[in-house]
Design a binder for this molecule. Structure first.
Ligand SMILES: C[S@@+](CC[C@H](N)C(=O)[O-])C[C@H]1O[C@@H](n2cnc3c(N)ncnc32)[C@H](O)[C@@H]1O
Length: 248
Protein backbone atom coordinates (compact mmCIF):
# COMPACT_ATOMS: atom_id res chain seq x y z
CA UNK A 1 0.00 0.00 0.00
CA UNK A 2 1.87 2.96 1.26
CA UNK A 3 5.32 1.79 0.19
CA UNK A 4 4.56 2.01 -3.51
CA UNK A 5 3.65 5.66 -3.02
CA UNK A 6 6.80 6.63 -1.19
CA UNK A 7 8.64 9.56 -2.67
CA UNK A 8 11.73 7.88 -4.04
CA UNK A 9 13.17 10.58 -6.17
CA UNK A 10 12.25 14.14 -6.97
CA UNK A 11 12.30 15.18 -10.56
CA UNK A 12 11.71 18.44 -12.36
CA UNK A 13 8.79 18.62 -14.71
CA UNK A 14 7.55 21.60 -16.60
CA UNK A 15 3.86 22.24 -16.46
CA UNK A 16 2.58 21.52 -19.94
CA UNK A 17 0.12 24.00 -21.27
CA UNK A 18 -0.13 27.69 -21.66
CA UNK A 19 -0.28 28.67 -18.04
CA UNK A 20 2.91 30.21 -16.67
CA UNK A 21 5.19 27.25 -17.20
CA UNK A 22 6.62 27.39 -13.71
CA UNK A 23 8.61 24.35 -12.72
CA UNK A 24 7.97 22.33 -9.69
CA UNK A 25 9.31 19.21 -8.12
CA UNK A 26 7.08 16.18 -8.34
CA UNK A 27 7.68 12.63 -7.23
CA UNK A 28 8.14 10.34 -10.22
CA UNK A 29 5.15 8.21 -9.31
CA UNK A 30 2.93 11.31 -9.08
CA UNK A 31 4.12 12.47 -12.51
CA UNK A 32 3.14 9.04 -13.78
CA UNK A 33 -0.27 9.03 -12.12
CA UNK A 34 -1.14 12.60 -13.10
CA UNK A 35 -0.15 11.77 -16.67
CA UNK A 36 -0.63 15.32 -17.96
CA UNK A 37 0.52 14.24 -21.41
CA UNK A 38 -2.59 12.09 -21.67
CA UNK A 39 -4.74 15.24 -21.45
CA UNK A 40 -2.33 17.29 -23.58
CA UNK A 41 -2.84 14.69 -26.34
CA UNK A 42 -6.51 15.65 -26.49
CA UNK A 43 -5.36 18.91 -28.08
CA UNK A 44 -3.51 17.10 -30.87
CA UNK A 45 -6.53 17.63 -33.10
CA UNK A 46 -5.37 21.26 -33.44
CA UNK A 47 -1.82 20.17 -34.27
CA UNK A 48 -3.34 18.01 -37.01
CA UNK A 49 -5.49 20.90 -38.26
CA UNK A 50 -2.43 23.18 -38.50
CA UNK A 51 -0.37 20.49 -40.22
CA UNK A 52 -3.10 19.99 -42.81
CA UNK A 53 -2.83 23.69 -43.71
CA UNK A 54 0.67 23.05 -45.06
CA UNK A 55 1.25 21.76 -48.59
CA UNK A 56 2.28 18.11 -48.82
CA UNK A 57 6.05 17.78 -48.36
CA UNK A 58 8.17 14.71 -49.10
CA UNK A 59 10.19 13.60 -46.08
CA UNK A 60 10.36 17.09 -44.50
CA UNK A 61 13.04 17.95 -41.97
CA UNK A 62 11.16 19.35 -38.97
CA UNK A 63 12.50 21.16 -35.90
CA UNK A 64 10.15 21.26 -32.88
CA UNK A 65 11.38 24.08 -30.63
CA UNK A 66 10.53 23.78 -26.92
CA UNK A 67 9.18 20.29 -27.55
CA UNK A 68 8.89 19.40 -23.84
CA UNK A 69 7.89 15.78 -23.37
CA UNK A 70 6.96 15.74 -27.04
CA UNK A 71 3.21 15.36 -27.36
CA UNK A 72 3.19 17.46 -30.57
CA UNK A 73 6.57 15.99 -31.65
CA UNK A 74 5.18 12.46 -31.68
CA UNK A 75 2.05 13.64 -33.46
CA UNK A 76 4.18 15.35 -36.15
CA UNK A 77 6.04 12.09 -36.62
CA UNK A 78 2.77 10.29 -37.20
CA UNK A 79 1.50 13.00 -39.56
CA UNK A 80 4.59 13.23 -41.75
CA UNK A 81 7.12 10.85 -43.23
CA UNK A 82 9.92 13.22 -42.24
CA UNK A 83 12.85 13.48 -39.85
CA UNK A 84 12.06 15.37 -36.66
CA UNK A 85 14.29 16.99 -34.07
CA UNK A 86 12.76 17.86 -30.71
CA UNK A 87 14.70 20.62 -28.99
CA UNK A 88 14.26 21.62 -25.36
CA UNK A 89 16.32 22.95 -22.49
CA UNK A 90 14.94 20.46 -19.96
CA UNK A 91 16.64 17.06 -20.07
CA UNK A 92 14.02 15.41 -17.84
CA UNK A 93 11.34 16.22 -20.43
CA UNK A 94 13.57 15.03 -23.28
CA UNK A 95 14.07 11.77 -21.36
CA UNK A 96 10.30 11.34 -21.32
CA UNK A 97 10.17 12.03 -25.03
CA UNK A 98 13.03 9.59 -25.71
CA UNK A 99 11.05 6.90 -23.93
CA UNK A 100 8.03 7.58 -26.14
CA UNK A 101 10.19 7.57 -29.27
CA UNK A 102 11.40 4.09 -28.37
CA UNK A 103 7.94 2.84 -27.47
CA UNK A 104 6.50 4.11 -30.76
CA UNK A 105 9.37 2.67 -32.82
CA UNK A 106 10.42 6.09 -34.11
CA UNK A 107 14.12 5.94 -33.20
CA UNK A 108 15.22 6.26 -36.83
CA UNK A 109 13.05 9.33 -37.43
CA UNK A 110 13.08 11.43 -34.25
CA UNK A 111 16.04 12.76 -32.30
CA UNK A 112 16.15 15.01 -29.26
CA UNK A 113 18.58 17.83 -28.62
CA UNK A 114 19.14 19.54 -25.29
CA UNK A 115 19.69 23.16 -26.20
CA UNK A 116 18.34 26.61 -25.42
CA UNK A 117 16.13 28.17 -28.06
CA UNK A 118 18.35 31.23 -27.64
CA UNK A 119 21.42 29.31 -28.84
CA UNK A 120 20.31 27.12 -31.71
CA UNK A 121 23.35 26.50 -33.89
CA UNK A 122 22.12 24.33 -36.73
CA UNK A 123 23.42 25.57 -40.09
CA UNK A 124 21.31 28.00 -42.13
CA UNK A 125 18.49 26.48 -44.20
CA UNK A 126 18.48 23.16 -42.30
CA UNK A 127 14.71 22.67 -42.01
CA UNK A 128 11.59 22.53 -44.16
CA UNK A 129 9.36 23.18 -41.16
CA UNK A 130 9.88 24.75 -37.75
CA UNK A 131 7.12 23.85 -35.32
CA UNK A 132 6.70 25.37 -31.88
CA UNK A 133 3.83 24.94 -29.43
CA UNK A 134 3.60 26.86 -26.19
CA UNK A 135 7.25 27.86 -26.20
CA UNK A 136 7.65 31.09 -28.16
CA UNK A 137 6.68 33.33 -25.21
CA UNK A 138 10.09 32.42 -23.71
CA UNK A 139 11.97 34.21 -26.47
CA UNK A 140 9.18 36.53 -27.63
CA UNK A 141 7.14 36.34 -30.83
CA UNK A 142 9.17 38.90 -32.80
CA UNK A 143 12.59 37.61 -31.75
CA UNK A 144 11.59 34.00 -32.38
CA UNK A 145 10.33 34.80 -35.87
CA UNK A 146 13.45 36.77 -36.72
CA UNK A 147 16.07 34.44 -35.24
CA UNK A 148 14.63 31.16 -36.49
CA UNK A 149 14.11 32.36 -40.06
CA UNK A 150 17.69 31.58 -41.03
CA UNK A 151 17.14 27.92 -40.05
CA UNK A 152 14.40 27.50 -42.65
CA UNK A 153 15.05 26.45 -46.21
CA UNK A 154 13.82 28.91 -48.87
CA UNK A 155 9.99 28.91 -48.75
CA UNK A 156 10.13 26.82 -45.56
CA UNK A 157 7.30 26.90 -43.04
CA UNK A 158 6.99 28.15 -39.48
CA UNK A 159 4.04 26.98 -37.38
CA UNK A 160 3.55 28.67 -34.02
CA UNK A 161 0.99 27.76 -31.36
CA UNK A 162 0.98 30.78 -29.09
CA UNK A 163 -0.99 32.71 -26.51
CA UNK A 164 -3.77 34.65 -28.16
CA UNK A 165 -2.86 38.00 -26.60
CA UNK A 166 -1.57 40.84 -28.82
CA UNK A 167 -2.97 39.17 -31.90
CA UNK A 168 -3.21 42.41 -33.94
CA UNK A 169 0.42 43.19 -33.21
CA UNK A 170 1.49 39.64 -34.09
CA UNK A 171 -0.39 39.71 -37.39
CA UNK A 172 1.54 42.88 -38.31
CA UNK A 173 4.86 41.42 -37.22
CA UNK A 174 4.55 38.37 -39.46
CA UNK A 175 5.16 40.16 -42.79
CA UNK A 176 7.57 42.58 -41.11
CA UNK A 177 9.70 39.62 -39.99
CA UNK A 178 9.77 38.20 -43.53
CA UNK A 179 6.95 35.64 -43.58
CA UNK A 180 3.78 35.19 -45.55
CA UNK A 181 0.81 34.28 -43.36
CA UNK A 182 -0.79 31.20 -44.90
CA UNK A 183 -3.49 31.06 -42.27
CA UNK A 184 -4.31 31.17 -38.58
CA UNK A 185 -6.97 29.86 -36.27
CA UNK A 186 -7.72 30.35 -32.60
CA UNK A 187 -8.63 27.31 -30.55
CA UNK A 188 -12.18 27.48 -29.22
CA UNK A 189 -12.08 29.60 -26.07
CA UNK A 190 -13.04 26.65 -23.89
CA UNK A 191 -10.74 24.12 -25.62
CA UNK A 192 -8.03 24.17 -22.96
CA UNK A 193 -10.65 23.87 -20.23
CA UNK A 194 -12.63 21.07 -21.85
CA UNK A 195 -9.69 19.03 -23.13
CA UNK A 196 -7.00 19.69 -20.57
CA UNK A 197 -7.69 21.56 -17.34
CA UNK A 198 -11.14 20.09 -16.66
CA UNK A 199 -10.05 16.42 -16.98
CA UNK A 200 -6.81 17.24 -15.13
CA UNK A 201 -8.81 18.73 -12.26
CA UNK A 202 -10.85 15.54 -12.04
CA UNK A 203 -7.67 13.43 -11.93
CA UNK A 204 -6.25 15.70 -9.21
CA UNK A 205 -9.39 15.28 -7.14
CA UNK A 206 -9.11 11.49 -7.41
CA UNK A 207 -5.45 11.60 -6.40
CA UNK A 208 -6.23 13.92 -3.47
CA UNK A 209 -8.51 11.21 -2.10
CA UNK A 210 -5.98 8.47 -2.79
CA UNK A 211 -3.17 10.39 -1.09
CA UNK A 212 -5.24 11.88 1.74
CA UNK A 213 -2.66 10.59 4.24
CA UNK A 214 0.33 12.05 2.38
CA UNK A 215 0.67 15.77 3.18
CA UNK A 216 3.67 16.28 0.89
CA UNK A 217 1.74 14.99 -2.11
CA UNK A 218 -1.39 16.90 -1.11
CA UNK A 219 0.66 20.09 -1.01
CA UNK A 220 1.77 19.54 -4.62
CA UNK A 221 -1.77 18.70 -5.70
CA UNK A 222 -3.09 21.84 -3.96
CA UNK A 223 -0.65 23.95 -5.96
CA UNK A 224 -1.97 22.40 -9.13
CA UNK A 225 -5.53 23.10 -8.00
CA UNK A 226 -4.60 26.78 -7.51
CA UNK A 227 -3.19 26.87 -11.03
CA UNK A 228 -6.40 25.35 -12.40
CA UNK A 229 -8.48 27.82 -10.40
CA UNK A 230 -6.63 30.68 -12.12
CA UNK A 231 -7.60 29.22 -15.50
CA UNK A 232 -11.22 28.73 -14.41
CA UNK A 233 -11.44 32.39 -13.35
CA UNK A 234 -9.88 33.78 -16.54
CA UNK A 235 -10.24 31.25 -19.37
CA UNK A 236 -9.65 34.02 -21.94
CA UNK A 237 -6.11 34.50 -20.64
CA UNK A 238 -5.39 30.87 -21.51
CA UNK A 239 -6.80 30.91 -25.04
CA UNK A 240 -4.34 30.11 -27.77
CA UNK A 241 -3.91 30.43 -31.51
CA UNK A 242 -2.03 28.75 -34.34
CA UNK A 243 -0.18 30.78 -36.99
CA UNK A 244 0.90 29.03 -40.18
CA UNK A 245 3.61 31.01 -41.97
CA UNK A 246 5.93 30.64 -44.95
CA UNK A 247 9.36 32.18 -45.21
CA UNK A 248 9.46 34.86 -47.93
C1 LIG B 1 4.48 25.02 -22.33
S1 LIG B 1 5.80 23.91 -22.62
C2 LIG B 1 5.38 23.31 -24.25
C3 LIG B 1 5.80 21.90 -24.49
C4 LIG B 1 5.32 21.26 -25.79
N1 LIG B 1 5.74 22.02 -26.94
C5 LIG B 1 3.81 21.15 -25.79
O1 LIG B 1 3.15 21.94 -26.47
O2 LIG B 1 3.29 20.26 -25.11
C6 LIG B 1 7.18 25.00 -22.94
C7 LIG B 1 8.48 24.27 -23.15
O3 LIG B 1 9.51 25.23 -23.43
C8 LIG B 1 10.71 24.74 -22.85
N2 LIG B 1 11.66 25.84 -22.70
C9 LIG B 1 11.61 26.87 -21.80
N3 LIG B 1 12.67 27.67 -21.97
C10 LIG B 1 13.40 27.14 -22.99
C11 LIG B 1 14.61 27.53 -23.64
N4 LIG B 1 15.29 28.62 -23.25
N5 LIG B 1 15.06 26.77 -24.66
C12 LIG B 1 14.40 25.67 -25.04
N6 LIG B 1 13.25 25.25 -24.46
C13 LIG B 1 12.76 25.98 -23.45
C14 LIG B 1 10.26 24.15 -21.54
O4 LIG B 1 11.23 23.26 -21.01
C15 LIG B 1 8.96 23.47 -21.95
O5 LIG B 1 9.18 22.14 -22.35
Amino acid sequence: MVSSHKILKLTEIAVIGYEEDAKESMPNNLVFELDQDHFRERLNKYTRKAFQMLPKLEKPRILDIGCGSGVPTIELTRLSDGQIIGLDIDQSLLDKLNKKIEEEGFTNRVKTVKCSMFEINFPDESFDIIWTEGSIPRIGFEKGLKEWKRLLKPNGFLVVHDEIKNITKKLKLIPNCGYNLLGYFPLPEDAWWIEYYGPLEKRIQELSIKYAEHPEILRILDKKKEEIERVRKNPRNYSSIFFIMQKL
